[in-house]
Ligand binder design. Structure first.
Ligand code: ATP
Ligand code: MG
Ligand code: MG
Ligand code: MG
Length: 351
């Protein structure tokens, strides 16, 4: 009998469209003969309100590539799951960002007691919250930029506290610095500040996205990424480099065709590439990730230093995304990768 896989996509995050594209590529991979023999895929779509839709609607979304239009926002979700949900033997969630990659959905799937691809609750939330992530990396001895954790209430405090906060940041972190909402992805809400005026605006902007904010020392570095695959004995792929012409790898650069490119394998010394791969596996273990993760690094060419930037526990997964491309270059084709991820999910399922 074929294993019933629930392909879960969409979701209540700014990366909804990316998720649709990732799911389209994954569905294609399940249609390869060897996967077709093993798995029966049922897609489920989570709309921008967080409502779940049956296979019929999900298939339409995957065919059209267009999200379902939402008439009005729903404040409280009382779920009505499509009946097919009860048939699923293993879930393949491919939702990026908050409400998908951050442990909330993983909590729901854990309560359902059905196997799922990717990290569990702990790995997902440690991988999403950049402050908690950096604490875990520091505990594992992984080198990273200097940073400071801040809350929205500090930023939106009275006219007396806010200038003090900015002074502290200037003193402890300096310029340029990067200001980020702690729990987002795709560079949403991230700004670079070169002076006090930019810092003030950046903090205000980040505070509009998240209660938790992180300020990091800016580095001038090449951006290297590594894919990790596995459970308790994870393996690292070849490493790749992202190149682009803008000031930093911001949202527009990420999602505008031709603004950035991937170089695989990265043209860096073997010694550095190996160091990146080791650090990627360490980072994966440090947050208790499972299944898959893409780990992002800064390579400071001048000093030869490698700093970890972040881990993404549900990275972009279209045919053209870095994660599957890195595995392809490491001799694991997209369809085999998808099969492997499902097998890893089943292996992890509680007995
Ligand atoms: P992703 O889409 O990879 O999940 P993200 O939203 O989690 O991205 P980061 O990877 O933390 O965001 O940062 C986005 C980009 O901003 C980086 O790729 C890099 O170009 C730039 N950047 C972030 N932090 C720093 C830093 N400390 N120094 C220099 N550049 C930085
Ligand atoms: Mg990220
Ligand atoms: Mg991300
Ligand atoms: Mg990143």
């Amino acid at each position: 009998d074929k294993i019933k896989v629930g392909l879960l996509f969409g979701g209540r995050s700014g990366e909804h469209e990316v998720s649709i594209n990732s799911a389209r590529s994954i569905l294609q991979a399940f249609n390869y003969p060897e996967n077709l023999d093993k798995y029966a895929v049922i897609p489920f779509y989570i709309d921008k309100n967080g409502c779940w839709h049956s296979a019929a609607t999900a298939r339409q979304i995957l065919t059209s590539g267009q999200p379902l239009a939402i008439e009005r926002e729903i404040k409280v979700n009382i779920w009505q799951f499509p009946t097919e949900v009860s048939e699923i033997e293993v879930w393949f969630p491919i939702l990026h960002g908050p409400n998908g990659e951050d442990g909330t959905l993983q909590g729901l799937l854990t309560l359902m007691r059905v196997a799922f691809v990717g990290s569990g609750v702990l790995g997902s939330c440690l991988g999403m919250d950049k402050i908690a992530m950096k604490t875990a990396f520091a505990a594992a001895g992984l080198p990273q930029v200097k940073y400071k954790a801040i809350t929205r209430s500090q930023v939106w405090s009275n006219a007396c506290v806010f200038p003090q906060l900015c002074d502290q940041i200037a003193e402890e972190i300096g310029y340029p610095c990067f200001i980020k909402p702690a729990n987002l992805g795709s560079s949403v809400g991230i700004s670079k500040a070169r002076n006090l005026q930019e810092l003030e605006a950046a903090l205000d902007s980040a505070a509009s996205y998240d209660r938790r904010i992180i300020v990091e020392a800016g580095v001038t570095a090449r951006e290297i990424e590594c894919a990790v695959l596995g459970n308790d004995n994870p393996q690292a792929s070849l490493v790749g480099e992202i190149t682009f012409d803008s000031d930093f790898y911001d949202y527009e650069t990420k999602y505008t065709d031709g603004r950035s490119s991937m170089v695989i394998p990265a043209n860096i010394p073997d010694k550095i590439a190996n160091q990146v791969r080791e650090m990627a596996v360490e980072a994966f273990k440090a947050v208790d990730a499972a299944g898959l993760s893409r780990v992002d690094f800064f390579y400071v060419e001048k000093t030869g230093e490698v700093l970890i930037n972040e881990i993404n526990t549900l990275p972009g997964f279209t045919n053209f995304s870095m994660y599957p491309q890195l595995w392809k270059a490491t001799s694991l084709e997209f369809d085999k990768l998808v099969d492997k991820l499902v097998q890893l999910a089943l292996e992890r399922q509680e007995k």
